[in-house]
Design a protein around this ligand. Structure first.
Ligand SMILES: NC(=O)c1ccc[n+]([C@@H]2O[C@H](COP(=O)([O-])OP(=O)(O)OC[C@H]3O[C@@H](n4cnc5c(N)ncnc54)[C@H](O)[C@@H]3O)[C@@H](O)[C@H]2O)c1
Length: 248
């Protein structure tokens, strides 16, 4: 990433699901801007490895974001000495599920891992942002519901709801100087996506549907997130920005 956003130096940034994939690229991108990044992830081993590879200014917190009581306690503890300036609600889990197999418990589980924590993490950072009169929240959605992803109705529903959540928060928080935006990645070549889903057939589908005939990389999404968090985006809120090489 070549762009420099000098206002981000020294800022406190929280990233959920920051230990791998797009989240890890977001953590690294903020760290490269001189921000102090705390990331919350259930994968403690991957988190520790990333934090130690980045060094000072990167902190990993082991947390299951579906445990909302634990989330509230972890965010309170991390803000004991000052609040976050930026929140990136990135964590999610895109396992496929057939419509007829979805039980009430599985439906709740998908909302818990993809949607609920975005609201409660925002709720946790808002008081300190309000006190300083500024803040930026970026919620990670997906083009999944726009391009008609099949065999994932609960995931697709949660991702659509994140755009609604973004609008609701942006309206409520705008008077306090807090901006809220949503980023929709397309098919992003993360280790998990590549390992789990990238068959020759999917590669062909991605390249046929995208305007650009190159894969979107985690760093491409991170570049948008960092820009939205910076002062360069001071007039941008209540928006959905798509990073999908022109698929949707
Ligand atoms: N990769 C893509 O093609 C793509 C496309 C559209 C949207 N997205 C969205 O981007 C975000 C990141 O996706 P990714 O591909 O990097 O995913 P990923 O699976 O590679 O990484 C997700 C991270 O979230 C963490 N996580 C999962 N459940 C958690 C929990 N309960 N508590 C704490 N941490 C948890 C994982 O440990 C992991 O580090 C997600 O919201 C996803 O829906 C990704």
């Amino acid at each position: 990433m070549t762009a420099r956003y000098s206002d981000l130096a020294g800022r406190r940034v929280a990233v959920t699901g920051g230990a791998s994939g797009i989240g890890a690229a977001i953590v690294a991108a903020f760290h490269a801007q001189g921000a102090r990044v705390t990331f919350f992830d259930i994968d403690a081993a991957a988190g520790t490895m990333l934090a130690s590879s980045l060094g000072d200014g990167a902190r990993s917190v082991a947390l299951d974001l579906t445990d909302l009581t634990a989330l509230q306690a972890a965010f309170a503890a991390e803000q004991a000495d000052g609040g976050f300036d930026v929140l990136v609600n990135n964590a999610g889990h895109d396992d496929r599920h057939r419509l007829e197999d979805v039980t009430p418990a599985y439906w709740r589980d998908r909302m818990a891992v993809n949607l609920d924590h975005q609201f409660f993490a925002a709720q946790a950072v808002i008081p300190a942002m309000r006190a300083t009169g500024r803040g930026a929240i970026v919620n990670m959605g997906s083009i999944a519901w726009r391009v008609g992803l099949t065999d994932a109705p609960a995931y697709v529903t949660a991702k659509a709801a994140i755009e609604g959540l973004t609008g609701a928060l942006a309206r409520d928080l705008g008077p306090d100087g807090i901006r809220v935006n949503c980023v929709l990645p397309g098919f992003v070549r993360t280790p998990r996506q590549t390992e789990k889903w990238l068959t020759p057939e999917l590669r062909e589908t991605v390249m046929r549907n995208q305007c650009l005939k190159r894969f979107t990389e985690p760093e491409d999404v991170a570049a948008m997130v960092v820009m939205l968090a910076s002062e360069e985006a001071r007039a941008i809120t209540n928006q959905t920005l798509v990073v999908d090489a022109g698929w949707s």
